[in-house]
Design a protein around this ligand. Sequence first.
Ligand SMILES: [Zn+2]
Length: 170
Amino acid sequence: MKILYVPNPILRQKALRIKSVKDEDLKVAKQMMDTMIYAAGAGLAANQVGILKQIVTVNIIDKEKKLIKKYALFNPKILSYSKNTVLMEEGCLSLPEQFAEIERPEGIKIEYINEKNKLISKNISGYEARVLQHEIDHLSGKLFVDYLSSLKRNFLIKKVKKVIKNRENK
Ligand SMILES: [Zn+2]
């Protein structure tokens, strides 16, 4: 799968809910997982590979607990947010080589359907909550740079164009 970069309009569209997880959705999730891991990303939303379905994959390395959380979420939805917020640096595979500190709630309660069509709801905090908030934003056409001033946002988007151009010339 090919990852789309800003300002591709698909990144600004809303992904549609899935009625139930079918084989074709599992296939998309599997390909997204491979694409994400190859690009060394911690998360990927289907919009980023040009598919407008509510599918997210994550690959979170928990250094403290020494485990890797690798899973797919279908129709993920944030039910509630913690009151406390944290500042964390974010990047995005659709904005290569660009990073910015973003303030978001530290914890979330989410609901999603897993690969076996089971409805899951759980509380998540820390880095995993950060990745999921970022990816779930993608499904509604939102990017992390939207939390920045328009000046800073446009500056980062402009830099992406340069990065892409340089990569093509290599
Ligand atoms: Zn992203």
